[in-house]
Write a protein that binds this ligand. Structure first.
Ligand SMILES: N[C@@H](CCC(=O)N[C@@H](CS)C(=O)NCC(=O)O)C(=O)O
Length: 206
């Protein structure tokens, strides 16, 4: 009997946690929420995650929200033994650095782009200049990643880790929203290396 229960919806930011659990090979239960039907706003779910969002991991009886917090918890609890998270040394600091970068820098510019382009937001709240600024910031950020990956297979300690999952999960999504990834050859090779792993395919086939 597992003490881990993942609340998720496919093709969302829950994928990165789902992928990490599959890579770690630890037993866990899954509860799929229908976001379109508003299951994330039901009182019993809000009691666990007052943000009304996925992912949520209940671990050892405690609800953990925020994908980054969940990945760090899984990394520390299981990842070192499984060779998927660095031990507490300078490599771990590197992992923290890239995971925080994805959740703060990359995420902020992504949200800025989406809020200023997607039609589901009212037209008078969408500003093309702000969207353009977000696109430039994203291109700059992906350029930083591309230079980091020059001559490297993976982000930290030259082995695949939860840090790769945290960062790579944001990128194919950006491509779907019109961010041109084609100039970033190191990034593209690394996306392919990471997302062709069997655990990634189990979570997001195709
Ligand atoms: N910062 C949060 C973001 C979570 C988030 O935005 N989840 C979206 C799916 S990608 C969600 O649950 N949306 C449902 C809603 O807002 O009603 C995290 O990383 O966990």
């Amino acid at each position: 009997m597992s003490d881990l229960k993942l609340y998720y919806a496919p093709m969302t930011s829950a994928d990165r946690v789902h992928w990490a659990l599959e890579e770690l090979g630890v037993p866990y239960e899954k509860v799929k929420l229908d976001l379109a039907a508003g299951e994330q706003r039901k009182p019993e779910y809000l009691a666990l995650n007052p943000n009304g969002k996925v992912p949520l991991l209940v671990a050892e009886g405690k609800p953990i929200f925020e994908g980054l917090a969940i990945l760090l918890y899984l990394g520390e609890r299981f990842g070192v033994d499984k060779g998927l998270f660095p031990p507490p040394n300078a490599d771990r600091a590197e992992a923290f650095k890239w995971m925080a970068w994805a959740s703060v820098t990359l995420y902020e510019a992504t949200v800025r782009l989406l809020r200023n382009t997607l039609e589901r937001f009212p037209a008078d709240e969408r500003n093309p200049k702000v969207a353009e600024g977000a696109r430039n910031d994203l291109a700059q950020a992906i350029g930083i990643l591309d230079r980091e990956l020059d001559g490297k297979e993976y982000l930290v300690g030259n082995q695949f880790s939860l840090a790769d999952i945290a960062v790579v999960s944001a990128l194919p999504f950006l491509a779907r929203f019109g961010v041109d990834l084609s100039p970033f050859t190191n990034v593209n090779a690394w996306i392919e290396r990471c997302t062709s792993r069997p655990a990634a395919k189990r979570v997001r086939p195709g």
